[in-house]
Design a protein around this ligand. Sequence first.
Ligand code: MN
Length: 233
Amino acid sequence: MTTYLFTPPPVQSVAVHGKTERFPIRRLFFVGRNYHAHAVEMGKPVDKSVERPFYFTKDPTTLVPSGATVPYPSETRNYHHEMELVLAIGAPGFKVPAEKAHELVYGYACGLDMTRRDLQLVARDKGRPWDLGKDIEHGSVCSEIVPMPGVVLERGALSLTVNGQPRQASDVDKLIWNIREIIADLSLFYHLQPGDLIYTGTPEGVGAVVAGDRIEGRIEGVGEISVNVGAAE
Ligand code: MN
């Protein structure tokens, strides 16, 4: 039997709608700039005819469940919400053709890709890694996963409010790279595995939150998500 010097870190997991078993997390992938209006608001429009999607990752230990109160993170003055559809992978796949991508789908959730926007933009413009802007403790919020094995979501209104005020409103049908294309492209780089989550990108309307704010989001046909921003640590 293997013994350890100290207690190994726990397996991260997400609740599954209608089940007592939880979805164990392997990796967190994030698609960058996957709605045209958001790419434009970031000053980096996307031309799909000549570009491929790009990705960043966050550590699974950044996950927090919907309903949590999270501390306002250190070393930022511009902490942003990004409301996203999250795809949960339930079967392995490598170099998956788009027409077979549905075979990897376990289900979907609502997600918040919280971002230190000030640090992310400095990193982007200096050609540095995005980790400090994106890989934030308590910075990956995920609702319960709704099982929809084999289903490719192609539409669904997506919205986010802060303290009840509308901030983001779009539809999953506006994804630049859709669910099939994301699975096909990402699986060229990674052996996708059960437990991988893919945050599929945010639409326009990203913006700052401050301590005391309540963020609420929803995706038609998937569910709802909320998080409360607490005091700075
Ligand atoms: Mn994002």
